[in-house]
Design a protein around this ligand. Structure first.
Ligand code: TXA
Ligand code: MG
Length: 328
């Protein structure tokens, strides 16, 4: 199933991080762990390095990248940070919250990162290896999830090696990702904050911090859509069927909570949404095998991290015509 790869996986020792930082500064691509998913890192200030990210992923150039920083002060050099953004950074950084903010006129970030928009998405990951790498590189690091465009995101170094092993200079191995779904993307470029992608920081926590519920685009709402959030994404090779109670002949059953005896894998036998998020991508990959005809998934409560899980599952189950194929 998994082709052997020449992927240079290195345990994230201090020496490996220093070497990876040097490679990034020289314009090479380095995959690295974050608390959400593994990222495919590049020097965000280099047009060539950023272009190499789009090429390695097969990602459409209209889909912008997130820039990762090691300190909130570093974000202030890239984007215009107002009091509202600063308060969210203080509360949720380091963590799984990406803030879309107006690009500073003197921002050193490559215009390719923004894909033609006048904003830049910034995030400070809650993972010591990621922060040490950004510091070692000495520059903000652009990083999409380290998967081929449209495919399931990687939550281990081995996942990265399977899809991009021959495209990166180094893969830093920091073990499995703790959160397991990508960051929440919050657009702060307008008066009303808008969630462009549900993720590791639940909407309820953001509403509490903002004093008002953010707009959401996920359910036909009125928020602007993130350019990358087209329908099909996070898709394994097999068809995915949602809200299943039991498997049809040939299907694998991905269960949640108390499950029928014929469940193949269980995202969380105790019904814990955090555990389910952490298991989601690895279990979709594990079930993506020729002995099954499809993957049936039981329903997941649509609250807290369940919103991010359901968003990813809806996209994994979406029709896969090339016109709707997603992008990150
Ligand atoms: O957890 C994460 O966010 C991971 C880790 C590696 O940090 N990264 C990640 O990146 O998921 P990616 O490229 O797979 O997804 C970035 C999302 C896309 O939906 C993209 O469209 C959106 O963020 N985005 C980036 N910059 C934006 C901008 N300026 N305006 C609106 N959306 C933006
Ligand atoms: Mg992605």
């Amino acid at each position: 199933m998994t082709p052997p790869s020449a992927a240079p996986i290195h345990p994230a020792t201090a020496a490996a991080i220093a070497e990876a930082g040097r490679l990034l500064a020289e314009g090479h691509l380095v995959a690295f762990p974050t608390e959400t998913v593994y990222g495919l890192g590049a020097d965000s200030t280099s047009d060539r390095a950023v272009a190499a990210v789009f090429a390695a992923k097969g990602r459409p150039s209209f889909n912008p990248l997130i820039v990762h920083v090691a300190d909130p002060a570093d974000a202030e050099r890239l984007v215009v940070v107002d009091a509202r953004a600063r308060a969210l950074m203080a509360r949720f950084w380091p963590g799984a919250l990406t803030l879309v903010l107006p690009r500073r006129a003197d921002s050193p970030v490559s215009l390719l990162v923004s894909a033609g928009l006048d904003s830049v998405a910034v995030r400070l990951p809650d993972h010591e290896v990621a922060r040490a790498l950004i510091r070692a590189a000495g520059r903000p690091v652009a990083a999409p999830s380290a998967n081929r465009s449209g495919a399931v995101s990687p939550t281990t170094a081995a996942h990265v090696a399977q899809s991009l092993g021959d495209r990166v200079a180094m893969i830093l191995d920091g073990g499995p990702c703790r959160v397991g779904v990508e960051s929440t993307v919050l657009d702060l470029c307008h008066e009303r904050p808008a969630i462009l992608r549900p993720g590791g920081i639940p909407m309820e926590a953001l509403a509490d911090a903002l004093g008002e519920p953010p707009l959401t685009s996920g359910h036909g709402g009125d928020a602007p859509r993130s350019p990358g959030m087209l329908e099909s994404h996070y898709a394994p090779g097999l068809a995915v069927r949602l809200c299943a109670c039991s498997p049809r002949p040939g299907e694998a059953l991905l269960a949640f909570g108390a499950a029928p005896a014929d469940a193949t894998l269980n995202l969380s036998p105790s019904g814990d949404l955090e555990e389910a998020a952490a298991n989601l991508f690895a279990m979709l990959r594990a079930l993506d095998r020729p002995e099954f005809t499809g993957i049936a998934v039981m329903s997941i409560p649509d609250r807290g991290l369940g919103r991010a899980i359901n968003d990813r599952l809806r996209r994994a189950a979406a029709p896969r015509s090339s016109a709707t194929r997603e992008a990150s």
